[in-house]
Ligand binder design. Structure first.
Ligand SMILES: *[C@@H]1O[C@H](CO)[C@@H](O)[C@H](O)[C@H]1NC(C)=O
Ligand SMILES: *[C@@H]1O[C@H](CO)[C@@H](O)[C@H](O)[C@H]1NC(C)=O
Length: 243
């Protein structure tokens, strides 16, 4: 895979909604390595990575570095997933955790990242430990003139938790599932695979405005059933609230 320059590439690519294959129609971005820089236009594919590790593994001293930065020396068992969504299209990415990969064993936190000279990385976000697992996330990719500026996790609130016995509200803003009911090592029955809803904001290289973020915030009031119906049967998280 193109990302061979990243230090953590002993790690494996886990799962991805879009396959790193030949350029899809309308895709003018030839950069497939999440640790290289690109400038995108609407309709391009954009490659970014997710690294899983303990939260302190993403820091050197008090500075959070990109997982692409060799100084970080992310050790095993940090693990990597690479995605290539289409810019300005609403996508739901999944990392299947029922068949071996355990985010808790990998350290419990994830960071989204892309770029090298123009490196952007999200803050580490809590995914899972032995008691609780967060399975649904919203990631906003913010561009300025086609360059990624920022990646941030948006808090989804605890609405999806209410009235469900196996769900717990963390810090009044994140809905989590009891890890012992999750499939995988825990022998539970619930599919707690990670689902990440993406939204794009800012401008592309022609200064066209990316507005899938606007669409996501509006659509959430209604229903994303059509978009997500292929995974609705298996994802357990708060995406259920849309269906
Ligand atoms: C798991 O994480 C939750 C939320 O961050 C925390 O409240 C809890 O104490 C942690 N449990 C263990 C066993 O580390
Ligand atoms: C994860 O993989 C299992 C086994 O292949 C499958 O049954 C399940 O539907 C998958 N979950 C998601 C969310 O894709």
């Amino acid at each position: 895979m193109a990302a061979a320059s990243a230090p953590l590439l002993l790690a494996l690519a886990l799962a991805s909604a879009s396959i790193l294959a030949s350029l899809a129609a309308g895709d003018t971005n030839g950069v497939y390595d999440p640790c290289s820089d690109s400038r995108i236009q609407r309709g391009d594919g954009f490659t970014f990575g997710l690294a899983f590790a303990g939260s302190s593994a993403f820091f050197s001293g008090s500075t959070q570095l990109s997982p692409c930065d060799r100084r970080l020396n992310l050790a095993n068992p940090s693990q990597l997933a690479v995605f290539r969504p289409k810019v300005d299209e609403i996508s739901l990415l999944t990392v299947n955790t029922t068949t071996g990969f355990s985010p808790a064993s990998a350290g419990g936190y994830m960071v989204a990242f892309a770029g090298r000279k123009y490196a952007a990385r999200s803050a580490p976000v809590f995914v899972s430990n032995s008691s609780v697992t967060v399975s649904s996330f919203t990631l906003v990719l913010e561009f300025n003139k086609g360059r990624l500026q920022n990646l941030h996790w948006k808090k989804d609130g605890c609405g999806a938790c209410s009235g469900k016995s196996n769900f717990i509200c963390l810090g009044k803003q994140t809905c989590a599932i009891r890890t012992n009911v999750c499939k995988s090592q825990n022998q539970g029955t619930m599919d707690c695979s990670i689902g990440i809803q993406l939204a794009f904001s800012g401008t592309d290289k022609h200064e066209s405005v990316l507005n899938s973020w606007y669409e996501v915030s509006n659509l959430q009031q209604y229903s994303l059933y059509g978009l997500y119906s292929n995974v609705k049967g298996s994802l357990s998280g708060q995406f259920n609230k849309f269906f």
